[in-house]
Design a protein around this ligand. Structure first.
Ligand SMILES: CC(C)(COP(=O)(O)OP(=O)(O)OC[C@H]1O[C@@H](n2cnc3c(N)ncnc32)[C@H](O)[C@@H]1OP(=O)(O)O)[C@@H](O)C(=O)NCCC(=O)NCCS
Length: 172
């Protein structure tokens, strides 16, 4: 890690561009990274891609949550990525992925720490993730890094694009 950077509960205070001694750079995710990140996500088991992952949709997400999402690079190659944002109440991480040959080197942990530091700066106190129930390896990573499974909760979803169920007239 560069001199001048300090650790605070495992979170680097300087999070905009972190060059670590292991040659990994963690920096904000820009839309110009989209092609490389999409290729990484496509190769990552446990990452489900859908209509929210098109270039325009990701560009919108990054604009709405500026500098909350991060990529990791090694030797100029993109080796990890995560999306992060918040709604003013809870933080959310999506699509954390590290290239297979670069796993178990602390990159996933660094990406998550960068996001959590940004959420803390924004006054957010809790962060949620969604994980496929069959992603046992992913679950082990989250549990090992301090995340708690909320067994009393389940996710429900309503699809707003389904016009048969949705009225288009907005009351305001
Ligand atoms: C989950 C993932 C991002 C972890 O990335 P990573 O860079 O290998 O993780 P790290 O090296 O930072 O691991 C941090 C700690 O978790 C542990 N860990 C990581 N993966 C683990 C696993 N599958 N089982 C048990 N422990 C694991 C590491 O040993 C390390 O422990 P330590 O700090 O005590 O040494 C990576 O495996 C991945 O891309 N998986 C596929 C995509 C995916 O499932 N993403 C999650 C979607 S919800």
């Amino acid at each position: 890690m560069k001199s001048g950077q300090k650790w605070d509960n495992g979170v680097k205070k300087k999070i905009s561009n972190c060059h670590c001694d292991d040659g990994i750079t963690v920096r904000p995710f820009h839309i110009k990274d989209y092609d490389a990140v999409l290729a990484l996500w496509r190769r990552a088991e446990g990452v489900g891609l859908n209509e929210s992952d098109t270039r325009p949709a990701i560009a919108t997400y990054l604009r709405r949550n500026p500098r909350f999402s991060f990529v990791a690079e090694k030797d100029g190659r993109l080796v990890g990525a995560v999306l992060c944002g918040h709604d003013g109440r809870r933080g959310y991480l999506h699509h954390l992925a590290v290239a297979r040959r670069h796993r178990q080197q602390g990159i996933g942990r660094q990406l998550v720490h960068a996001c959590l530091a940004k959420l803390r700066q924004a006054g957010i106190q809790k962060c949620n993730i969604f994980i496929f129930a069959d992603n046992a390896a992913g679950m082990k990573f989250w549990a090992h890094t301090g995340w708690k499974l909320r067994t009393e909760l389940q996710v429900m979803q309503f699809r707003l694009e389904d016009e048969r169920k949705t009225r288009n007239d907005c009351p305001c």
